[in-house]
Ligand binder design. Structure first.
Ligand code: F6P
Length: 436
């Protein structure tokens, strides 16, 4: 159970310097405001019969503080992007840089190259000094101009390099693995007595970070996935007994598959890691599919990459460099079973398989994600300049908040089968609550 203690944010020391931002401290005067230190977002806003009220558990609201910890003239910052790509990485880099440079007057901003690997001086990618010219157009491009990689770093070496560069603030843009690394870096800096502010910006198209209602890049990925589903629908509905199977990313969480299915309204079965399904049996997927084809002559199935792993349990376990369990490939497995089953019907049929893979995440951010990237990037700067550390920017009931990294990485967000999103999936697909 969450306690007020667990949402407290670490700080490097008292914030005593006046902020250089020209904002107001008076609400109602028509001038945009500093965020007062007491501003908070309740953890729980919904009252539910099964839950105790948790009124004393709140998150700090993100945003500019009237008093800051760092003297901008004597502050250097660095930005690192790690893990898989995500639309909007360049937007966040750019907004962090411009907020530091133009508004706080921080001159030295370093780009750490190729993820955490670039924090090891023995690697061949020295940090680069960012300039306004360098970053001015980067938000129009997918990917990350800094480069990225998976895998850990020797945290003592990383703190050495940051110390050598004189870096006081490190922004870590990445998912669960990256933020776990950020937490270790924060702990290492504390152990060495080096006053380093470590502030994370949570990134992943999977949208699976706790206390972050939506990660940047997620909506863009959903938009791209929806385009793919439209193509799948065209394929399926243009052939007798036409089936199209679309596999979408989503390692442990089915948010992309679910959201794209609802957005498209073309999907008949959506399979996600959080909801097991049976293949065979009277109410299994293959029987349902036969029924659907007999009635409507076509079907679109969306399967998240992490779905149905229980069916592939005999496959050897593998992990990526970030330590994430790699899923066995559900797409071809499913297609193989569907083809074999439909063959038995003796009908003419077509099964098309589409795996857009990285295409949904290597694109630039759409407008909605661009807004979130900008807000998250600038909020990260405000938090860091105020001396907050060991935290990431969360998103709670549409408000940006500060979340201790330790808390955010202590659990993984998944899509609840009792959520509104899953209810919408069931309503729009018409699939039964349980397949099997
Ligand atoms: O960042 C999340 C994600 O896109 C997952 O959906 C996917 O499983 C994984 O990254 C693939 O990452 P990569 O192949 O780049 O290591």
């Amino acid at each position: 159970m969450l306690t007020p203690e667990m949402t407290k944010i670490d700080s490097l020391g008292p914030a005593e310097q006046p902020s250089p931002l020209k904002l107001s401290t008076t609400f109602g005067d028509g001038v945009v405001n500093f965020i007062p230190p007491c501003s908070a977002m309740p953890f729980r806003v919904e009252r539910r019969p099964d839950q105790e009220p948790a009124e004393d558990v709140v998150f700090e609201k993100a945003g500019p503080r009237e008093k800051i910890y760092f003297d901008p003239a004597r502050t250097s910052a660095a930005i690192v992007t790690c893990g898989g790509l995500c639309p909007g990485l360049n937007n966040v880099i750019r907004s962090i840089f411009y907020e530091l440079h133009h508004h706080y007057g921080v001159e030295n901003v370093w780009g750490i190259r190729q993820g955490y690997a670039g924090l090891d001086a023995d690697n061949p990618w020295p940090p680069m000094r960012l300039t306004p010219e360098m970053v001015q157009d980067i938000h129009r491009e997918g990917g990350t101009v800094l480069g990225t990689s998976r895998g850990p770093v020797d945290f003592a070496k990383a703190v050495d390099l940051l110390r050598e560069l004189g870096v006081n603030i490190l922004f870590t843009l990445g998912g669960d693995g990256t933020q776990k690394g950020a937490h270790q870096l924060h702990q290492e800096a504390c152990r060495q007595g080096y006053p380093l502010a470590v502030v994370g910006v949570p990134k992943t198209i999977d949208n699976d970070i706790a206390y972050v209602w939506r990660t940047f890049g997620f909506w863009t990925a959903v938009e791209k996935a929806q385009e793919v589903i439209a193509c799948a629908h065209a394929e399926a509905s243009s052939a007798p007994y036409g089936v199209a199977v679309v596999k979408l990313m989503g390692r442990h969480a089915g948010f992309i598959a679910a959201a794209a299915a609802v957005a498209s309204q073309d999907v008949n079965y959506c399979l996600v890691p959080e909801v097991p399904f049976a293949l065979r049996g009277e109410r299994g997927l293959l029987s349902l599919l036969r029924e659907r084809l007999a009635e409507r002559d076509h079907a679109v199935i969306v399967v998240a990459e992490g779905a149905g792993q229980e069916h592939l349990a005999e496959e050897p376990e593998q992990h990526d460099a970030s330590g994430n369990l790699l899923n066995a490939d559900i797409g071809p497995w499913l297609v193989g079973h569907i083809k074999r089953d439909l063959k038995e019907t003796g009908k003419l049929f077509t099964v098309k398989y589409i795996d857009p893979s990285y295409i949904i995440r290597s694109v630039p951010a759409d407008a909605e994600d661009a807004l979130l990237c900008d807000a998250m990037g600038r909020s990260a700067v405000h938090a860091a300049m105020a001396g907050k550390t060991g935290m990431l920017i969360g998103y709670w009931y549409n408000v940006l908040i500060h979340v201790p990294i330790e808390l955010a990485v202590s659990e993984r967000k998944t899509m609840s089968p009792e959520s509104e999103l899953w209810r919408s999936v069931l309503a729009s697909t018409g699939q039964p609550i349980r397949i099997g």
